[in-house]
Design a protein around this ligand. Structure first.
Ligand code: SF4
Length: 487
């Protein structure tokens, strides 16, 4: 398995395929007497969201327009960008693929394609070949940059095309037309893949070996984003702290370079691994005003025995040491985590150690998961799988703990006036807006009429404001806008 950087020839092939498809879709649109649309269905993490912005950008470059946005919208090109982390991800894909069977029967010109991490699991590809013959194209996340070529070949062949790469590619963002979903926030992958092989995780098999983007390319992209008025950048990677750029550039160098752009109100990053997080990165978080004061550090278990079985090379005391360093250096910093319960072999004592660790770390929020065996992972073959009722019981007890500390964290904001980056209309509806503090606390707030502020999303998204917090909830806080900063 090699790591292959895209070449100028790849770029020329890309261009000619886009040109050919543009002509094809133009004549199809003329024949149908309407504009042609695409629908990219995205499952999973922010790296998948970022990939989908590139998939949408390429389909737009072929002359297609996005469908009206409903998940199961009919469209002329329907592309599933899949996730393989959670059990229900499979059910979701195959359930939704079934929905589009009638559409394909009604209009054979419709193109259905599937990509993303699930396509790196051979069982899933075999299932599509056997049971979903109306799927036109199947490819993997490593070949995102080859979508135009693969689409062209599947249209020419009029047969189902399955192309799963053995090698790991790296295509710089400058290779792609990108349709960014939010006009104030930009997702910026800095590296792909993972070399950690946690025994419960499919990512190293789905996303391949770690490969870092070119430091210079990343800085050019950040410069372009700053000049276009983006206010928040999210630096992405399965493990951003193991970034290795040319000339020995590290993640700390990326973080500094990003925070040097004063245009950015917020520089955020995801995900960090306890084995690689450095004091240098924590110091940058403490000293650079526009770098988030929030660290998401996956603990997964509080038992050293289980961490070993998960192939996570740190001890719980080392993890808590990092948590203390972060809390002592980053004033008011928030620490969040991921925890899995019910990992094979987990005893009640192991679970108690997880609860003890949560008590010590007092996480500001925790994403808690019930272990599910994923095909293709080492742990799926471990003998001592835990019965579902025990897993559910532990999950319930764990979330009681994590919810208590999350609510305590939110309660500490009550009565304070916090700086909030506005994200838009809140899901809570009723004329409330939402945004996040620099510590990543979710704030839902109202705008008093007497302030005479135009509540239009175009006016507010991406702007900084001050909000007086007057109520804490388990996963968010409520407040009232006090003042709005200049655009
Ligand atoms: S660090 Fe572990 S859990 Fe995270 S992506 Fe890599 S293998 Fe998966």
């Amino acid at each position: 398995m090699a790591i292959i950087k895209t070449t100028d020839k790849d770029w020329l092939d890309f261009q000619s395929a886009v040109k050919e498809l543009k002509e094809y879709f133009l004549s199809l649109s003329a024949r149908k007497g309407r504009a042609l649309t695409y629908n990219v269905l995205t499952y999973g993490c922010q790296l998948n969201e970022s990939d989908s912005e590139k998939l949408s950008g390429m389909l737009s470059a072929m002359g297609l327009i996005p469908s009206s946005g409903g998940e199961l919208d009919d469209a002329d090109v329907i592309l599933f960008n899949t996730c393989s982390i959670r059990e229900n991800a499979d059910r979701h894909l195959f359930g939704n693929l079934g929905v589009f069977k009638t559409l394909k029967k009604k209009d054979p010109d419709v193109i259905i394609a599937v990509c993303g991490c699930m396509m790196k699991v051979p069982e899933n590809v075999a299932k599509i070949k056997k049971s979903y013959p109306y799927v036109d194209l199947v490819f993997d996340p490593q070949q995102l940059h080859r979508l135009p070529l693969l689409l062209r070949d599947s249209i020419r062949s009029k047969k189902q095309l399955v192309n799963i790469a053995a090698d790991d590619y790296i295509a710089e963002d400058s290779f792609f037309p990108i349709d960014r979903k939010r006009k104030f926030r930009a997702l910026v992958p800095i590296m792909y893949g993972c070399n950690n092989f946690c025994t419960y995780c499919i990512v190293p098999y789905a996303r391949g070996r770690e490969r870092s983007r070119d430091f210079g390319e990343i800085v050019r992209e950040l410069e372009d984003l700053a000049s276009k008025g983006y206010k928040e950048v999210m630096l992405l990677g399965q493990n951003v702290n193991s970034y290795k750029g040319e000339d020995g550039k590290t993640f700390a160098d990326i973080l500094r370079a990003a925070s040097d752009f004063e245009e950015f109100s917020r520089v955020r990053f995801m995900s960090s691994h306890p084995k690689d997080i450095s004091d240098e990165v924590i110091d940058i978080m403490a000293t650079r005003p526009n770098v988030e004061k929030h660290l998401h550090l996956a603990m997964q278990s509080g038992s050293d025995r289980i961490l070993k079985a998960m192939n996570r090379p740190y001890t719980i005391s080392r993890f808590l040491e990092i948590a203390d360093t972060f809390r002592s250096r980053v004033e008011g910093g928030s620490l969040t985590t991921d925890i899995i319960v019910g990992f094979p072999g987990e005893t009640e004592e192991d679970f108690q150690q997880t609860l003890r660790a949560v008590e010590k770390a007092k996480f500001d929020a925790a994403f808690t998961f019930q272990y599910s065996a994923r095909p293709g992972t080492k742990a799926a073959a471990f003998e001592d799988q835990i019965p579902a009722d025990i897993v559910t019981d532990r999950f319930g007890r764990l979330t009681e703990y994590t919810n208590r500390y999350a609510e305590e964290s939110n309660s500490r904001l009550a009565g304070k006036t916090m700086e909030v980056l506005i994200e838009g209309i809140s899901k809570a509806g009723d004329m409330t807006f939402s945004g996040r503090t620099i510590t990543n606390h979710l704030v839902n707030f109202t705008i008093p009429e007497e302030l005479g502020i135009d509540p239009g999303p175009d006016n507010l998204e991406g702007r900084l404001c001050e909000v007086r917090i007057d109520r804490a909830r388990p996963y968010s806080v409520d407040g009232v806008l006090v003042s709005l900063r200049g655009a």
